[in-house]
Every structure is written in C-alpha cells, then in structure tokens.
Ligand binder design. Structure first.
Ligand code: GH3
Ligand code: MG
Ligand code: MG
Ligand code: MG
Length: 312
C-alpha cells in the first residue's frame, strides 16, 4: 500500500519545529565589592554573548537571585561585610538554589584556602587575574549544565511539554498578568478519546507515538506565548493569551480536525485518533482553579456527547 503524502509531510515539518530551540543568553551574576573588577569580568562575559548583572552589595543577594534568576553566580571571596563562603552557605540554604552553580573568582592562590572555601558546595575556583578565554569557557560549561538541569525539572520527558507542576505555575502567572493588563484568556483542557483502547489495540509504543504527535502539533500551531502542558497521562492543559472564547474555540476545533486526520501505524495496522476539549475563559472565571474546574466540566460534556469535539 502507499501512504498519502500529507501525514508524512506533516510529521517531518513537526520534527523540524522540535529541533529549533530559541537560544537565550546565559545569565551570570557577579558578586564583587569592587565595581571596577566586576565590570572588567562583566565585559569579558558580555562579549561572549552572556547577560551579566553586577552586585557590589552582598546584602541584596537573595533579592537579586530571585529577580535576575542567574544560571551561575561568580563570587568574590574577600569582601568587607562578609566572605564568599558565608554567601555560598546562605545560597545553599534554599532548596531552589541547591543546584545553582557558584564559582569563586579570587586572587587567593593558596591551595588549602581555595579548598576550604569550596567546602560549602561551590563548583569551582578561578584565580584572578583571569585569562578571558578560560573565564568564558568555565562559565559557559557550567551555565549550560544548569540550563539542561532546569529543562529536565520543568518538562515532561516523553513530550518535552511543560509538566504538571510547571503548567500550573505558569497558568497562575499568566492569569495574574492578564488581570494587570486587563486582557482575556482561554483555558483548554484536552483529553485523548478512548486512549485506553488505543493502547490495548495497538500497544503502548503506538500510544506514545500518538502522545508525541499531539504534543508536536500543539507546539507547532500555538503561539510561543501560549502555555502548553502535559497535565496528566493523556490529558493536556493549554492557556491561550489575549483571545476571546470564540477565537479559542475556532483554533482548537481546527486543531481537532487536523489531528483526527493524522494516520498512525503499528506494524501492519493503521489507525486514527481523536481528542475532546473543553474551554473556559477569563474574566468569566477569575481564579486558576475555577478556570480548570470549569474547563474540565465542559470537557466531560464533550465526552458524554460523543467525543471528537470541542465545547465552550
Ligand atoms: P476517554 O475517551 O473517556 O478519555 O477514555 P480513555 O480511554 O482515554 O480514558 P481512560 O482514563 O480510561 O484511559 C486513559 C489511558 O491513557 C489509560 C492509560 O494507560 C493511558 N496513558 C496514560 N499515560 C500514557 C502514556 O504515557 N503512554 C501511553 N501509551 N498511554 C498512556
Ligand atoms: Mg574583594
Ligand atoms: Mg482519554
Ligand atoms: Mg483522561
């Protein structure tokens, strides 16, 4: 048999979308009591394309970490008010900063002192004066590792979409923003139809392929600003920003129709798969939990009335 061209082309186009990642510059925080020293290091890193924030007042460290969200902290060891060790120990008290790379940047050349300074969970020691290439390489390597680790923590491993926890957090944030900007929002709860049967009839691997195809089409079609998460096993939560419920409906219904045309195969067998979706909206509902419950209720109605449909 010959397969129609469309699903294949679609699959390839979707693979390309998955490959392309937007590169965000590494965010580096430099803590040094001497602004000229910080500026010099900052310049080297900025020239390598990184985004640098300089901090000369260690007292503001925690607030700065929260606001700037660095991928790595470059820490001076000797400062008038406190030592680098004390600051590292402080940072490591917070679970969310346990894996944040901290690297000392100091003129201390005494090995023993370097070693004891690193006892508080610090990743490395770069001695001043720095060799620019070495500084860039040491920082880039660790910042990249931090990025990968973060990606693992926020995303679902099968689909690459946001996981349940991240989705919930992002939706809360988007809702707060919509309130400030007085914009509308639509929340979509989407669930694959009779997915247990898909697994039973075609196997778990084929089921995973369906999940992947759906997540790809969602990522491909929605705006980068929208939030798409794998909320549960075969359940997805989507938040569409600045749209009316009607526009959201049309968009999701088109997605439903296109997805239902994707042909899947398992061995010699071929099959199609559909989803149902329920939509709720802000400002009709004001809280994230209310939005989710409302969308869930509408989804339930879509299921009861025959599946493969989107309801408002
Ligand atoms: P409905 O149309 O009412 O939603 O029926 P359903 O069969 O989709 O719903 P049900 O909740 O009974 O079954 C969901 C199935 O999704 C069962 C579970 O094995 C499957 N599933 C959940 N996560 C995964 C996964 O990661 N991979 C695969 N292959 N299947 C999964
Ligand atoms: Mg100093
Ligand atoms: Mg289902
Ligand atoms: Mg379900």
């Amino acid at each position: 048999f010959t397969k129609p061209a469309r699903p294949l082309e679609l699959a390839t186009a979707l693979d390309e979308v998955m490959e392309e990642e937007v590169f965000e510059p590494y965010r580096i925080l430099i803590v040094d009591d001497e602004p000229e020293v910080a500026q010099y290091h900052s310049l080297i890193l900025e020239e390598a394309g990184m985004l640098v924030h300089e901090l000369s007042q260690p007292a503001n460290l925690l607030a700065t970490l929260q606001e700037f969200r660095p991928d790595l902290v470059l820490l001076d060891v000797y400062m008038p008010d406190c030592t680098g060790q004390e600051l590292s120990a402080l940072i490591r008290q917070f679970p969310e900063y346990l894996s944040l790379p901290i690297v000392y940047l100091s003129s201390e050349t005494d090995r023993q002192k370097q070693f004891s300074a690193m006892q508080v969970g610090v990743e490395g020691f770069i001695t001043k004066p720095v060799i620019p290439e070495e500084l860039v390489a040491a920082v880039a390597l660790r910042a990249e590792r931090m990025r990968s680790l973060r990606a693992l923590m926020v995303r679902d491993s099968l689909t690459g979409l946001y996981n349940h926890t991240t989705t919930t957090e992002l939706i809360e944030g988007a809702l707060a923003q919509a309130k400030r900007k007085q914009e509308s929002l639509a929340m979509v709860m989407l669930d694959l139809d009779s997915f247990k049967e898909v697994n039973d009839n075609y196997g778990h691997v084929a089921g995973d392929q369906v999940l992947l195809a759906l997540s790809r089409i969602l990522r491909h079609r929605l705006r980068t600003n929208d939030i798409v998460g794998r909320y549960g096993g075969e359940e997805f939560a989507i938040l569409l920003k600045d749209v009316t419920p009607q526009v959201a409906f049309e968009l999701v219904d088109q997605l439903r129709e296109d997805f239902s045309k994707i042909r899947f195969s398992s061995g010699q067998q071929e099959f199609y798969c559909t989803f149902s979706a329920g939509i709720s909206s802000f400002p009709f509902y004001l809280r994230a939990e209310e939005l989710r419950i409302a969308a869930d209720k509408v989804l339930y109605r879509a299921k009861k009335e025959g599946r493969n449909q989107v309801k408002l």
